[in-house]
Design a protein around this ligand. Structure first.
Ligand code: ZN
Length: 141
């Protein structure tokens, strides 16, 4: 698979509104997005560092993976996301190498990226997300 770089680092927080001011006002990072991703059970604020983003993640409810993470580990770095050129090829290569993904197919993450998570058991303890950037819709331009 072809990795294009670190897309973002996901940070689990109890409450985005308590934590966003540090990234926004102290570090002076541009907030480029704020959305609810129901598929993932999260609310997210995205800050662009210029080279890779910081994604703050808040649980939508108690069944959210972020709620479970906060219960077990407390707030902190939740995952690292690498941008891939082609997610379908990447998933096939993972399967061919017996690497355990969370779910068998990609889903839609924040900013419309096609995403899949790789189980930390097979990465040395880090939850790794792979993401393919959505194609820009030129019809609207
Ligand atoms: Zn992410």
């Amino acid at each position: 698979m072809k990795i294009l770089g670190i897309e973002h680092i996901g940070v689990a927080v109890k409450n985005i509104s308590d934590n966003a001011p540090f990234w926004n006002h102290i570090l002076g990072l541009n907030k480029t997005g704020s959305e609810t991703v129901k598929d993932q059970g999260v609310k997210t604020d995205i800050f662009n560092t210029g080279k890779g983003k910081i994604e703050l993640l808040e649980a939508l409810d108690d069944t959210s993976p972020i709620a479970k993470y906060l219960d077990r580990r407390g707030p902190g770095i939740h995952h690292v996301c690498l941008q891939v050129e082609d997610i379908t090829t990447a998933i096939k290569e993972l399967k061919d190498n017996n690497i355990q993904t969370i779910g068998d197919h990609y889903t839609t993450g924040s900013e419309g990226y096609k995403i899949i998570f790789i189980h930390p058991k097979t990465t040395g303890g880090v939850l790794v997300e792979l993401a393919e950037k959505p194609e820009i819709n030129h019809e609207k331009e």
